[in-house]
Design a protein around this ligand. Structure first.
Ligand code: ADP
Ligand code: MG
Length: 252
């Protein structure tokens, strides 16, 4: 059975999209059929993989019930990686979903018929704990939580963990944390090392061994519409995302 990972943190700019795109690309490159579902109306993952944010049908059509997930699958330049693209229309779902009872399960129900075609499915969440992120947490088996290695790293994590507990209790008892991921780590600074120590101390056993370094190549890759492993396969960012993909797969 395929495993579904939500990449979530209500903070923006912590590396969710970068992680979803690059872990998905690394796993697909390793030969496992992989699906990336972009459920952020900003559509950064969609565009970062070289696709338009105006494709139809897209994830909004799927969540609205106007298209099947099967119909909304698109290929990208990474062999073995399929994308269920986002679109700015998806912002409307934040208003529409809460009005419909049971709408927390829309994404899970839509993905059910196709989930076993993919060994791994990654859900790139928006920077909020709203209805779209809840849909992702209900659809997912595991959550990857990117944490930017900076001074306020731990702030907001309590809120995220509370939401996870609520979803586990009410909607998806099966959900577990795959791990917290330290991102944009600048090994030259004392601050980055201190933050890493603090996060590891707070959440022993939850933090991935692999740390993602701050790396210019990672930041550049989306503007070329490709993952960093295609942009520069041998840069430190690519090495780190390959290591992380192995660690994610090994944790199961
Ligand atoms: P989120 O999805 O959590 O909002 P992003 O993945 O979009 O965060 O990352 C925010 C910005 O930081 C983007 O411009 C991205 O390219 C850049 N970025 C992410 N990770 C790294 C990194 N390890 N090194 C350098 N830049 C990064
Ligand atoms: Mg994002």
């Amino acid at each position: 059975m395929g495993t579904i990972y939500a990449v979530a943190n209500q903070k923006g700019g912590v590396g969710k999209t970068t992680t979803a795109v690059n872990v998905a690309a690394c796993i697909a490159e390793a030969g496992y059929p992989t699906l990336l579902v972009d459920i952020d109306p900003q559509a950064n993952a969609t565009v970062g993989l070289g696709l338009s944010k105006h494709l139809e049908p897209n994830v909004y059509d799927v969540i609205s019930g106007d298209a099947t997930a099967e119909a909304a699958l698109h290929r990208c330049d990474v062999p073995g990686l399929w994308v269920l693209p986002s679109s700015p229309d998806l912002a409307g779902a934040n208003v529409e979903l809460p009005r419909v009872p049971g709408s927390e399960r829309r994404l899970r129900d839509a993905l059910a018929p196709i989930r076993d075609r993919f060994v791994f499915t990654l859900l790139d969440c928006p920077p909020s704990l709203g209805p779209l992120t809840v849909n992702a947490l209900v659809a997912a088996d595991r959550v990857i939580i990117p944490v930017q290695t900076e001074y306020y790293a731990l702030e907001g994590l309590a809120g995220l963990l509370d939401t996870l507990s609520l979803v586990q209790r009410e909607l998806n008892p099966h959900l577990t944390v795959a791990g917290m991921l330290l991102t944009m780590h600048d090994g030259r600074t004392r601050l980055a090392r201190d933050v890493e120590d603090e996060v590891r101390e707070h959440f022993p056993s939850l933090v991935f061994e692999t740390v993602i370094p701050r790396n210019v190549r990672i930041g550049e890759a989306p503007s070329y519409g490709r993952p960093v492993i295609h942009h520069d396969p041998h840069c430190p960012g690519s090495d780190a995302y390959f290591e992380l993909a192995k660690e994610v797969a090994a944790r199961g």
